[in-house]
Write a protein that binds this ligand. Structure first.
Ligand SMILES: [Zn+2]
Length: 468
């Protein structure tokens, strides 16, 4: 990092610094169509030969780039520019140093079973979520990023972008919701590439929550879970987290509530899925049709689930952590989700402990007795995630109990949050060594070695789950 400094200083004195090319500026116009979207990108900046690559957001299937078609490049006067495929979903464009235009189509399958976050069709009441993924090409100054797979492509050098959405008259209820700056209706301006933002297109109604300032809800018109209570539920959970953790600076958060794609069946009573991208929470939920919309079990489960998702505004949004700390961001989110549900009265304490007891049994059922270091498990196989999150939650309960013993009346969550916030410089994600030191200071080295580093098994006794 330090070596860059003279170069950056030099930039302010002279126009160029070595071979650093002028960054790109891109204006996107998106027109949803019957089976996806038509997209035009007006490009300026960049070198004479431009390198363009499509990519996918975290967790999305790399196959999504195959849904891009009809890629073509034109000069400002409309002449076709030389364009040649390079690498997977990549192109070399002879832009000749003038502003130019890239056009392409995003094709969506009407029955996307998977990729629920990046779906779907644009038919009827359906809608489209562009979550920093498939719809946006990246622009590069050299071909190296095109040798990387779509899921590992960086956003590329960019000085700014706008994303403009134009709907046909046949979708009067459609709107765009995003945390990006809305310059004029359905036009968003960004200092970085739009891959960092979520745009949801569809029949959404947006509601501001007056008490939880900075949090907006966008409710899809087909949302049918706790319809009369969902706003107060979100507001109360958000307030509970804020009270416990102190407010993150300048919140501009959005909770996007959508019904589950119809093609995903509901097993049991309720099915939920959540994703956090920057300050946008994308939440899908569906309940079995036989269950009443305000059934107490639905309310309990939704409170725990939404409490978890909202917590991600703190970790990993406010304080970022490395992948080996996913046990911390997810385990703590599970712990805080349950805690907030109890604190706001949507889940009673006894029911909370009962659910935790069930979680513990499930933890044993899926192989939890095999201990090991949590940081190591965090970088392990994807199919072990559930176990990791459960174990993470149990470890947080344990750490809290240890803390409470020595610091009665002082919330463990607040102490941990202040310590993490104090250690985070706003740039480098916190790593395991830093968190290990923080936890050792808060509790003690033996507890951390035993339960975080997995030298001792978690027992119902240690967790305060008596009678099991
Ligand atoms: Zn989570």
């Amino acid at each position: 990092m330090r070596k860059l400094l003279p170069c950056l200083l030099g930039l302010s004195l002279s126009a160029a610094c070595g071979q650093a090319p002028e960054p790109y500026w891109v204006d996107f116009t998106v027109r949803p169509s019957a089976d996806g979207a038509e997209i035009v990108a007006e490009v300026s900046g960049g070198p004479k030969t431009a390198w363009v690559g499509f990519g996918v957001g975290p967790g999305a299937s790399p196959q999504l780039v195959d849904q891009i078609s009809g890629v073509a490049a034109f000069s400002a006067t409309g002449e076709a520019l030389e364009i040649e495929p390079t690498g997977r979903a990549g192109y070399r464009v002879e832009a000749k140093g003038e502003p130019w235009r890239l056009t392409y189509r995003l094709r969506l399958r009407p029955h996307a079973e998977d990729h629920s976050f990046y779906r779907a069709s644009t038919r009827g009441d359906d809608y489209l979520v562009l979550a920093g993924s498939d719809a946006w090409p990246r622009f590069y100054a050299d071909p190296t990023p095109l040798t990387r797979p779509p899921e590992a492509r960086p956003a590329g050098p960019i000085s700014g972008a706008t994303a403009r959405f134009q709907f046909s008259a046949s979708d009067p209820a459609w709107t765009v919701v995003s945390t990006a700056w809305e310059e004029t209706p359905n036009t968003f301006a960004m200092r970085q590439h739009p891959v960092g933002s979520v745009f949801a297109l569809g029949p959404f109604d947006t509601v501001q929550l007056p008490d939880a300032a900075g949090l907006r809800i966008a409710l899809h018109r087909d949302w049918d879970i706790m319809p009369s209570q969902i706003e107060s539920l979100l507001e109360e959970l958000m307030m509970s987290h804020r009270e416990m953790l102190t407010a993150p600076d300048s919140v501009n958060a959005l909770a996007l509530l959508s019904p589950m794609p119809r093609t995903l069946s509901v097993r049991g009573g309720l099915r939920t899925a959540g994703m956090v991208r920057g300050q946008t929470l994308v939440v899908y939920a569906a309940k079995a049709p036989a269950i009443p919309t305000n059934h107490p079990d639905i309310a309990e489960a939704m409170a725990v689930f939404l409490g978890h998702e909202l917590f991600h505004l703190w970790v990993p949004t406010g304080v970022q952590v490395t992948r080996e700390l996913s046990w911390l961001s997810e385990g703590w989110a599970m712990h805080m989700g349950r805690r907030a549900a109890v604190a706001t009265g949507w889940l009673d304490q006894a029911a909370g402990t009962r659910r935790l007891g069930l979680s513990y049994r499930r933890y044993l059922d899926i192989g939890g007795y095999r201990a090991g270091s949590l940081p190591a498990a965090s970088t392990g196989p994807e199919d072990q995630r559930n176990l990791l999150y459960l174990r993470g939650e149990l470890v947080f309960r344990l750490l809290e109990r240890e803390w409470d013993r020595a610091n009665p009346g002082e919330p463990f969550e607040r102490a941990l949050w202040s310590a993490l916030e104090g250690a985070y410089d706003g740039v480098e994600p916190l790593d395991s060594a830093t968190v290990r030191t923080i936890l050792t200071d808060l509790v003690d080295a033996t507890t951390v070695r035993r339960y975080v580093e997995g030298q001792a098994p978690l027992t119902p006794d240690a967790l305060g789950l008596a009678g099991r």
